[in-house]
Design a binder for this molecule. Structure first.
Ligand SMILES: C[S@@+](CC[C@H](N)C(=O)[O-])C[C@H]1O[C@@H](n2cnc3c(N)ncnc32)[C@H](O)[C@@H]1O
Length: 289
């Protein structure tokens, strides 16, 4: 055992950082802090001040977390939770680990709803490929007058989304449906959001370990050119009652291609949002009557 019950928090932090450096982890000190804070439910100040608290019975959990992070398992998966748009979400091996970049979809959707004076109105949302439910649950929590339908091909992912809806008190305003895209969902919807799988099949093998080994393949693989699910969403959206706003996450180089798939079915691009790396990460399209 590298971690012992009689070890101080400051020592444990130093030891965990050292192990993560050895394992080639990118931000070892930050990850060691997040892991200890998450596992022991303590503030960062206690780690830095080196107070008198010892690891005690938590030593074994820290040992296990160290082993998992050294194998490049993401911190959020070890802790079983991830912050998104200011709220904590449960994540399990059955769902994509939600990324901060996906907040661009929420931001773009909220901006467009505000510009159209729709924030205060009763509102209907569809979230395709909901995974942990971050998009749908966040939008419902931000828009108390909204309700919606969240779909996923994975029943296991839908169970996680249901738990997150419960935690954030929006269960009575969302229906979870196991289906592909919006098959069998009637609407009408005012807004469709989605962060579909968009990596091309060929690129999956070259992804970094933290993604390839821990995110479900169904959440990543977008087919031969990465655009298969966008094609289906474009077809399904075009058959819905209009007007309809569609806000989608896209891969770093896909904005133009995805917009074309939608303009081909009569939609008009109405907005884009960049991520922190400067890539267009979210696109918005409107389909008119
Ligand atoms: C990239 S993940 C996004 C999860 C979540 N929305 C997020 O942003 O963290 C894509 C999700 O789409 C689901 N999925 C894949 N193909 C689908 C399809 N044809 N219809 C519905 N869901 C699909 C996967 O199971 C996965 O949960």
């Amino acid at each position: 055992m590298r971690f012992r019950p009689d070890q101080s928090l400051a020592d444990a932090h130093a030891e965990l950082t050292r192990l993560l450096v050895e394992a080639g982890i990118d931000a070892p000190q930050r990850d060691a802090r997040f892991l200890l804070q998450g596992l022991l439910k303590i503030g960062g100040a206690l780690l830095i001040s080196g107070g008198t608290r010892l690891l005690g019975a938590d030593a074994a959990r820290v040992e296990d977390a160290a082993r998992r992070r050294m194998a490049h398992e993401p911190v959020s998966r070890i802790l079983g939770q991830r912050a998104f748009y200011g709220r904590e979400f449960i994540v399990t091996p059955d769902v994509l680990d939600p990324r901060p970049d996906t907040e661009a979809v929420v931001e773009l959707a909220m901006d467009l709803l505000k510009a159209r004076g729709l924030l205060e109105r009763p509102f209907s949302i569809a979230d395709i490929g909901t995974g942990s439910g971050v998009l749908m649950v966040t939008l419902l929590a931000e828009l108390p007058q909204a309700q919606g339908v969240a779909t996923d091909l994975s029943e296991a992912a839908l169970s996680v989304a249901r738990r997150n809806a419960e935690i954030h008190g929006v269960t009575d305003r969302v229906r979870f449906v196991a289906t592909s895209s919006l098959e069998g969902c009637q609407g009408p919807f005012d807004l469709v959001v989605s962060n579909p799988p968009y990596i091309s099949t060929e690129e999956i093998g070259g992804l970094e370990r933290a993604v390839r080994d821990y995110d479900p393949l169904l959440a990543l693989d977008g087919g031969g050119d990465g655009l298969d699910v966008y094609r289906k969403i474009a077809r399904d959206s075009a058959s819905l009652i209009r007007p309809l706003l569609v806000v989608l996450e896209v891969g770093a180089t896909q904005a133009g291609q995805v917009e074309r798939l939608f303009t081909d079915v009569g939609a008009r691009p109405v907005g884009q949002r960049k991520d922190l790396g400067g890539h267009i990460r979210a696109v918005a399209l409107e389909i008119h009557p």
